[in-house]
Design a protein around this ligand. Structure first.
Ligand code: GLN
Length: 467
């Protein structure tokens, strides 16, 4: 553990870590030894990982990448943090993210941009950019992330690693700082689908402290062991020559339109061909409401965010301005100083679409689109295919700073990931090759696998066969 902390120190220029604490890490390493000793079959004991700085942690600071929480330390751990601690993983620290998980490049962060380990000129993706960069740089074996509209899958894709976002409700949101509660879901990032299976399995558990936590998945209790046994069962029963025989993979035509970079499209097609080579059958499908994902999401997510972020009132916790004459001015100034531009923009949009007279025109309309988008997925996954495949992001990682000049460019890049969150489905990203970046350099491309509710075991098994 000491050596790993030194590695983090020597890679400071990546800017992936926002807090480390050697005493706490060494403590956890010692308990991991005991956990391993008591149960030698525990494969997670001693595994070094990092938590996205949006999960609250006792001991390490929790900032959500915001000046608002720059000096905040939580008195308790998020459920995800506790679950991973109890199985013996060793936390090396907290990793950077976009402020309150709003962004796709880890550039909206009070601590400055995180660099992509493949090329320091480009972003690592976001909002779980620090998580992806830390894993890709080999500083940790895995990292937690959160995915409200793609924030686990997209940084995993842009950093050439794997990431999974489970079915909504599978993993507890308790202690995960809220962005848009009906979309937020925790996930994990690691090098291989096999690692993801172990990690996701250990955090998938019913938690009564999260009102949307799932108790049962297809009649089985939401508890450790469920995903792993599904996953292992599929791997064990696969024909070694044609491991994906019988699997129908749906390829939505809307995911290969003009907006997709040609090189990215080619790498994704090659990935799909590889799955066909393993025995899967390709089915061309349509998700006709794909173009509505961005407008629906960017009404619903800011609406929920504006309500969630109302708690930062500078009274209970968070940044408080130095000079004020009354309560109202204290709160207004504290919030103006404490929140960054992207967050303030979304609070403004959110309060607008929820306000009297606009609610029906925007928020209610967006909820209807959400239903239509979910129905597209549901129909395809029940009638046509077992999995849906496509790109994660329309481009490889863009240059640092290139998106800040155009306010909507970053939002448009979320086109292939948002639908999954609006529908609450599980999905993952796995590396499938390389395409050219802005200087002609080779940068990683991710292949997205979308499954039906509670089908994480199958997603992971297919990904393992692919790798
Ligand atoms: N890029 C999307 C947004 O900015 C998704 C972020 C996320 O999944 N946390 O809202």
């Amino acid at each position: 553990a000491q050596q790993l902390l030194q590695d983090i120190e020597s890679q400071q220029s990546l800017n992936a870590f926002v807090d480390t604490n050697a005493d706490l890490t060494l403590d956890q390493a010692r308990s991991a030894e005991q956990i391993k000793h008591d149960n030698p079959d525990n494969l997670l004991a001693g595994v070094p990982l990092a938590h996205k700085d949006i999960f609250v942690t006792q001991g390490w600071r929790t900032t959500a990448g915001s000046k608002m929480l720059q000096n905040y330390t939580s008195p308790f751990n998020a459920t995800v943090v506790d679950s991973l601690k109890n199985v013996g993983t060793v936390c090396l620290g907290k990793v950077s993210c976009d402020e309150f998980a709003m962004g796709s490049g880890n550039e909206h962060c009070v601590f400055g941009p995180v660099l992509n380990p493949w090329d320091p000129d480009v972003v690592p993706g976001g909002s779980s950019g620090g998580s992806a960069a830390a894993v890709a740089a080999g500083l940790v074996m895995a990292a937690t992330g959160t995915d409200t509209g793609g924030s686990v899958r997209q940084p995993a894709a842009l950093c050439g690693i794997s990431g999974i976002k489970p079915t909504y409700g599978m993993v507890s949101r308790f202690g995960m700082i809220a962005y848009a509660s009906s979309l937020d879901q925790a996930g994990v990032l690691a090098r291989s689908a096999d690692d993801l299976a172990l990690l996701l399995d250990s955090i998938s558990v019913f938690d009564e402290r999260d009102a949307t936590s799932i108790q049962k998945c297809h009649g089985q209790a939401n508890a450790p062991g469920r995903i792993l046994s599904h996953y292992q069962g599929l791997l064990d029963s696969a024909d070694p020559r044609q491991p994906l025989k019988g699997l129908r993979i749906g390829v939505p035509r809307e995911y290969f339109d003009d907006g997709l970079d040609a090189g990215v499209g080619q790498a994704v097609q090659e990935g799909i061909d590889q799955l066909v080579g393993l025995g899967a059958t390709r089915v061309d499908i349509s998700l006709p409401n794909t173009r509505l994902c961005i407008p629906a999401y960017y009404v619903i997510a800011p609406a929920e965010a504006s309500s969630n972020l109302a708690r930062y009132d500078a009274v209970r916790y968070g940044h408080r301005t130095q000079h004020y004459k009354d309560l109202e001015q204290m709160q207004a100034r504290s919030r103006t100083e404490g929140f960054g531009d992207e967050v303030r923009k979304r609070i403004m949009i959110g309060t607008y679409v929820l306000s009297h007279g606009y609610y029906d025109a925007y928020y209610l309309q967006a909820q209807k689109l959400r239903r239509m988008i979910a129905q597209d997925f549901n129909q395809a996954l029940t009638e046509q295919c077992d999995l849906i495949l496509g790109p994660v992001s329309p481009t490889v990682a863009p240059a640092i700073g290139s998106q800040t000049s155009d306010p909507t460019a970053e939002w448009l890049g979320d086109i292939y990931t948002l639908g999954v969150n609006l529908a609450g489905l599980p999905a993952m990203s796995i590396p499938c090759g390389f395409a050219k970046g802005h200087r002609g350099q080779d940068l990683p491309v991710g292949l997205q696998l979308i499954g039906h509710y509670f089908d994480e075991g199958r997603l992971l098994a297919v990904a393992t066969q692919f790798q």
